[in-house]
Each structure stands twice: as C-alpha cells, then as structure tokens.
Design a binder for this molecule. Sequence first.
Ligand code: HEM
Length: 360
Amino acid sequence: MVAGTAYPRRGRWRRAWAAIDERLGISGLAYPVPAHANSVGYILGGISFFGFLILAATGVWLAQFYHPTPEAARESVIYVMNAAPLGDVARGIHFWTANLVMATVLLHMGRIYLTGAYKRPREVNWLIGLGLLAITMGLIFTGTVLKWDQEGFEALGHNVEIGNLIGVFGFWFSPTFGASLPIVGRLYIAHVVILPALGTFLLIAHFLLVKRHGISALPAEFDAALDGGPEPSKGGSTFTAHLVRMAGFGLMIVGATALLSLFVSPPLGPSPNPSIEVSKPWWMFLPFYPFEDWFGLPALLWAPGLLIGTLALVPFVDRSRYRSPGRRRAFIVTGAIVVVALILLVAYALVTPPKSHVAM
Ligand code: HEM
C-alpha cells in the first residue's frame, strides 16, 4: 500500500469522472432494464448492431484499396487479398461478419415472433425492423456485385432484370442511367452511402422506440399480469451493463471472424464470362432461387414481396393480447411451417444444378 498516493489518485479519478459526466451525462445511461434483457435471446438485436459497427470499420479499411470500375474492381480485390496491409484479414472479418449479422438479424426476428413482442405498442418497430432486414439483404447483395467475379457479374444481371421488371421506377438499376459512371460504381455508392445512411436512419428510429417502450416483458410474466398477477419487473440490470455485454459479444465476433478468416478466405471466382450463368446466390437469397427456376425472373419480385408483405401483416392479424407461445398456438405452428418451408427451399436450391435465368 503506497500511503498517501492511492487515495488522492482515486480522488483525482473520481473528480475527473465527475467533470466528464457533468458535461456528457454518461451516468444517465445507467437506467434500469430488466435482467432478462441480457439473456442471449434478448440481446440478438444488440449483437447485430455491434456486427454492423464491425462491418463499417472493416468496410472503411477495404475502401482504401477497392477500385469500383469494371476494369479494376476484381484486380483491386486481389490486391486487398495479397498486398494491402491487413487486407486479407479485414476482408475475412467483413465477409464472415456479414454472414453472422444476417443470421443474428433472422434469429432476433424469430425471438420477437416467438415471444409476441411485435404486439401493441411495438407494431411500428416490427415494421421498421422489416425495413432493416431489407437493407441488410441489400447490403449483402450489392457487396456480392462489387467483387466483380462471375458470381458478382451474375448478381448484377439479376439487378438489371429486377430494374426492368419494376418498369419506369427501375431506372436506377439500368446500366444506361447515368452513362458517365459504370453501374458497378453506382452499386458501390449504394453499398457505402445510400444503404448505410438509410439503415442508420431506421436504426435510430428502431432504438428510440425500444427506449420509449422498454424491452418487452417475458411472455409468461406479461400474461400473468393480464390475468391479474403482479406487474413484470422493469429492473434487475442497467443499460450500461447491457451495453458492456453487447460489446463483449462484439469482441467475440471480431475474434471469431478474424480466426475464421485465417483458415477460410472469402471466395473470389474467375473473371466474369458474360455468356454463361453458373452461380447460385448466397444462402439468405437461396429460398427464392427455386421460385426463379419454376416461375422465371418475375418471381424475384413477387416471392420476397409476398413474404415481407405477409410478415408486415403479422402484428395486425395476431390481435390477442397474450404473448406466450402456448396461448398463440396457431401463429407458432404457422411460423414453424414457414421456417421449415424456407429450409426445404434452401436445401432444394442447393441440390439442383444452376440454371440460366437472365437473358445473356
Ligand atoms: C439490422 C437489424 C436490426 C438491429 C441492429 C436491431 C436492433 C434491435 C435492438 C438492439 C433491440 C433491443 C432488444 C434486442 O436486442 O432484442 C431491438 C428490439 C426490437 N426489434 Fe430489432 N433490430 C434489427 C432488426 C429487426 C427486425 C428484422 C425486426 C422484425 C421484423 C425487428 C423488430 C424489433 C422489435 C419489435 C423490437 C422490440 C422487442 C422487444 O421489446 O422485445 N428488429 N432491435
């Protein structure tokens, strides 16, 4: 014990903290949140958010070396993989985190469905979440095109066809709109500016509503209160403890994806050959691939549209006030059937040989 130094120093730290807190109000973040907010099921949204932060940081690094023109894009990815400082590991973390975030967003949505957390007053936040889901998929889609290999080129072919299907509103997707910039340049702008900006806007709205409503109570406790039991507890932990836990998960993602990228590099296919169509999309798009096989390209519009439209209706159709799965059997069974159907569609897409859909 160094007499006379430890306590004054602690005092100095305390005074410095008080001065910072007086100006920034950081201790205001230590408001109570229910203890179950820290359980894995209830922190999946936070894990997704930290995943986005990792994607942004590694994306900024990759952008220092990437060249968004058809002539140079693929070569610049090869440069990132072989020569750019930390390029290979940044690309690996970016790629694996994108996959992981997609999975955690879907699981987050599954938890909300299972616990009926989309019910009053959270209907609008469910709809905002669907917007976030679409943006996540848009980011992955545009990212695939950017590497400008065979897979990216074929994804672009679908992008152009979707533009044709939308008709007059599809002008943005057309290579002839803004002929001064090749379409890969515009998709790059969508990937690094338009979609992140829209996503940030929706995330702010999503978080403000989570703060406004508080995290939903455990379904059993909520239903018990409806039946005259005690009100569910609104405390047990603090938001700062919740943030620290999210950050812990974030660090685990960085560690796990960095390690993974040392063993499994993200793929880069051959230079595009415009006269063939041999690729299949990433796993999150695979449920729609069989529809494209069966019904042609228009299915790429109506199949996801039907799914998102049906999901958007869920809070307005499931009108009972109860949230426990046991008291919402019809919705739980329907949800389970949809999940099994999606998995079967993915399996079917994986085993069928690739088909040509886009007029080459
Ligand atoms: C980009 C993806 C998303 C992020 C970063 C995100 C983030 C979050 C966070 C941090 C929370 C607080 C509780 C938790 O972590 O579970 C939350 C709650 C919520 N999210 Fe998301 N979310 C995303 C996508 C979605 C999707 C796809 C949906 C549904 C379609 C959705 C609907 C909701 C609802 C209804 C709540 C309130 C849940 C409750 O109070 O229990 N979110 N979100």
